[in-house]
Design a protein around this ligand. Structure first.
Ligand SMILES: Cc1ncc(COP(=O)(O)O)c(C=O)c1O
Length: 428
């Protein structure tokens, strides 16, 4: 029995759903092919429990922007560790990191810290409700595990119907769908929450249109920059697209893997957080703040140029393979260069393409590349890593094209494990 299988057998008894995070779970990684656990990582490489090394592209689901074990972040954490982890009163590094965020992020005048992206988006929703005196919210994109958002997905078990009724959705890059959703909430929308750029990039005028319509309806605009923040540039998607939301939620890249998130916005709104309850034992924990300070300092213009260059190189290579193998009906790559997304469909499953996605994951894993559809570029990816990944994608897509000549059954025949399961499906 492999070490992966031995550990999964233990997890089955000890950990419901095996893992703490859906996208680390064996329904998302081919059992028997992917390592079920990772024991170590360095730079852009991770080491699976079965002894194999992989080039990491999911990068821990996005936070690790400088690379694993970045020496600047490690040194900052070690320095702080000698002085303690968390205290009865705040540590001054809260102010240093808040200042860095205010200096970088358009519209940010005040900052509060949390631990997870869900903390930051949920605090934004509560604050928006308090500011507007309204209860309803509208969402587009993924915003974390809390009731107000997860009510809009197929993973809504345990969410009270009364809460679910308060959140509506609209379609990204579709202003008419926002108009309809605002109208359906009849003037009671507190916040329009969206990822400003994600699986798709914003069409010209879309973000401006969202802000204009939300404000006309008396709602606040919350940008969920948990992924895009400090990844698309120092000022995130707001800076890249020249727009300013009312509130902005950050997480992931802020701490290069340490658990820290932030909510930022105009002082006149943020000041109400003195009354609106957003509080936790570990808020302002000093190791994560030390990591955040070192991470933000390392992300200079040259760093962003590198993230974009490498991301565009990988995108161009994947696009070329899609063209070579005539796969444009089934495989697309979109998103911003520092985080592209490879979407895979198949005959009979236009939403997820789970068998085809499984085959691509199988072929990439076989070639030493971790694949879960996200290509998060970090500063430790080398030109050689990108070239290896490009060659692995080419081989994987060639194999997919082979399978597709015999339809969905042909793809399944090439798969050497049970196919992956859906992560999420929106219900409305
Ligand atoms: C855009 C976005 N918002 C919010 C979240 C939730 O963050 P967390 O998982 O840290 O709670 C995520 C997590 O993947 C995310 O991608």
């Amino acid at each position: 029995m492999s070490e992966s299988e031995r550990l999964l057998a233990r997890a089955e008894r000890l950990v419901p759903a095996w893992t703490q995070t859906l996208s680390k779970n064996p329904t998302q990684w081919l059992r028997g092919i992917a390592p079920a656990y990772v024991t170590r990582a360095e730079g852009a490489h991770v080491f699976g429990v079965d002894g194999r090394e992989y080039i990491d592209f999911p990068m821990a689901l996005g936070p690790v922007i400088l690379g694993h074990t970045d020496p600047r972040v490690t040194a900052a954490i070690e320095r702080q560790l000698r002085d303690g982890i968390t205290y009865t009163l705040p540590h001054p590094s809260e102010l240093d990191v808040a200042q860095r965020i205010v200096d970088r992020v358009p519209g940010a005048e005040m900052v509060r810290f949390g631990k997870t992206g869900s903390d930051a988006t949920s605090a934004a929703v509560r604050l928006a409700r308090a500011v507007t005196g309204r209860d309803h919210v509208l969402a587009a994109g993924y915003h974390g595990w809390h009731d107000w958002y997860v009510a809009t997905t197929t993973r809504d078990l345990g969410v009270p119907r009364a809460v679910a009724e308060l959140t509506g959705t609209f379609t990204y890059n579709d202003l008419a769908s926002l108009d309809a959703a605002l109208a359906a909430q009849g003037g009671d929308t507190a916040a329009v929450v969206l990822e400003p750029s994600g699986a798709e990039r914003p069409a010209p005028g879309f973000l401006e249109g969202v802000i204009e319509r939300a404000h006309a309806a008396g709602a606040l605009v919350v940008f969920d920059e948990v992924i895009t923040g400090f990844r698309l540039g120092p000022g995130g998607a707001q800076e890249r697209y020249g727009v300013t939301a009312d509130l902005v939620a950050f997480g992931k890249a802020l701490g290069n893997g340490m658990p820290i998130s932030a909510l930022a916005g105009r002082a006149e709104l943020m000041e109400l957080l003195a009354e609106v309850f957003f509080s936790g034992t570990h808020g302002g924990e000093a190791l994560s703040l030390a990591a955040a300070g070192a991470t933000l300092d390392a992300l200079d213009d040259a760093a962003y140029a590198q993230l974009y260059d490498m991301g565009e190189t990988l995108r161009a290579a994947v696009l070329a393979s899609i063209k070579t193998y005539n796969l444009s009906d089934w495989v697309t790559i979109d998103g911003e260069a520092p985080r592209t997304l490879v979407a895979i469909r198949e005959p009979g499953d236009p939403v997820d393409g789970l068998v085809a996605k499984s085959l691509v994951q199988q072929e990439l894993l076989r070639r030493g590349v971790l694949f879960n559809t996200n290509n998060f570029i970090c500063l430790a990816h080398s030109d050689e890593d990108i070239a290896t990944a490009a060659a692995a994608y080419d081989a994987a897509l060639a194999r997919l094209a082979d399978g597709l000549t015999d339809g969905a059954g042909g793809v399944r025949a090439l798969l050497e494990a049970e196919p992956l399961a859906p992560a999420f499906r929106p219900v409305r």
